[in-house]
Design a protein around this ligand. Structure first.
Ligand code: 13P
Ligand code: SF4
Length: 381
């Protein structure tokens, strides 16, 4: 189970219970090796149908070119569940996504994360012990029976299992509204983990709740920093977690780009802060962002508030449109970027030689209950 603080320096030291901070055990090829692309191609060809490579949209260009399927978290979970034939699933994404793939695939399939340090700082903001403690606070306040827990996909398997055990569901940025509708049909309150912004943005902008209906539970403060009355009055109990990449976008970024590029459309991910999402023109998951720009007429201008690898790729793919990063300061997701060509080549060549490296395995009971919550998500109307 995930415990304690886990903000280790990337790639150094080890906290195997955390989403990141685990050094890679392999003999990696040097990044300067000009044959890396060829080596990745050869290893992939040697593995043939035994291999399926999933790539999240935030992955580097050098890596995403080897993905058999690219997608947002939801699509990748569906794709992993739909590949019973491939014994090896290489997940080019972050740790919680690979865990979900392991949970959704059969026991004889092996899921590989090319660099174990590819975690997610947001997922690390909710540990199992903290969430159990929060539930006790809700019980003491006499409201636990009214609360349906929802966890964002960006959480560890043991948090998903907690939610599965307590009658809740997993959601992603593409189905958060449907998950909330499902939850409010079952209970009168929702505990939303671990991204306060996705929870707040969906509740207020899509479900018609007000900001006053939401409270923020701070796991590092006694009783979450909330009184019993505040908990009883709240409809949405939001966990104090956020994405450090999307948290960088501000109202100033929106105002500045509107002044700089007249007529620009501001398109942001729902992990952005509430004031940013309110000021934007369109909001959606990475898959939605791609579709929107792909379908936009030539000559239109777009400022996109999401991870930089994706924005750069969209700009390159649409030379007939103006596509810019929403903020002046560029920012990659450092953990998504951990998966680079040397790690990919190393993992593929190891598999081709019959050695499974960096396998992600979720313990059976955790996997069982996490699957309950994931299956509820996959079955949402
Ligand atoms: P998507 O589900 O939109 O791909 O988002 C995943 C993620 O980690 C965003 O930061
Ligand atoms: Fe996690 Fe944010 Fe990176 Fe997504 S962009 S993987 S939420 S740190």
């Amino acid at each position: 189970m995930t415990t304690g603080s886990s903000l280790l320096i990337l790639g150094q030291g080890a906290d195997p219970a955390s989403e990141r901070g685990v050094s890679c055990p392999g003999e990696l090829p040097p990044a300067s090796d000009p044959a890396l692309v060829e080596r990745a191609r050869a290893a992939k060809a040697a593995l043939g149908d035994r291999l399926f490579v999933l790539g999240h949209h935030y992955q580097r260009d050098e890596v995403i070119q080897f993905a058999d399927v690219t997608g947002d978290s939801f699509k990748l979970a569906q794709e992993a569940a739909a590949r019973p034939q491939a014994p090896y699933i290489v997940f080019c994404g972050v740790h919680f996504m690979a865990e979900s793939a392991d949970i959704l695939t059969s026991a004889d399939q092996q899921v590989v994360l090319p660099d174990l340090a590819a975690g997610c700082s947001m997922a690390d903001m909710a540990t199992y012990d903290q969430v159990e403690e929060c539930w006790e606070v809700l019980e003491d306040a006499g409201i636990a029976d009214d609360v349906v827990p929802i966890t964002y996909m960006n959480s560890s398997a043991d948090i998903k299992a907690f939610v599965g055990r307590h009658g809740g569901v997993v959601c992603t940025s593409s189905n958060a509204r449907r998950a909330l509708e499902w939850a409010f049909a079952k209970g009168s309150k929702v505990l939303f983990l671990p991204d306060q912004h996705l929870g707040r943005n969906t509740a207020v902008l899509e479900m018609g709740l007000s900001l006053d209906d939401c409270v923020v539970y701070s796991p590092n403060r006694p009783d979450g920093g909330l009184s019993t009355a505040e908990l009883r009055d709240a409809t949405m109990i939001l966990w104090r977690g956020h994405c450090s990449v999307h948290g960088r976008f501000s109202l100033d970024s929106v105002n500045e780009v509107r002044a700089r590029i007249p007529g620009v459309n501001v398109l942001v991910h729902p992990e952005c802060r509430h004031e940013v999402v309110r000021a934007a023109d369109l909001i959606g998951s990475t898959e939605y962002i791609i579709r929107t720009i792909d379908e936009a007429p030539a000559g239109t201008a777009w400022a996109v508030g999401t991870e930089l690898n994706l924005v750069k790729r969209l700009a390159g793919r649409h030379p007939d449109k103006t596509v810019v990063f929403l903020d002046r300061t560029v920012c990659f997701c450092s953990t998504m970027n951990r998966i680079d060509l040397p790690h990919l080549v190393w993992s593929l060549e190891s598999l081709a030689q019959g050695e499974v490296v960096n396998q992600i395995t979720v313990e059976a009971e955790t996997a069982h209950y996490a699957r309950v919550a994931l299956d509820r998500m996959l079955a949402l109307p």
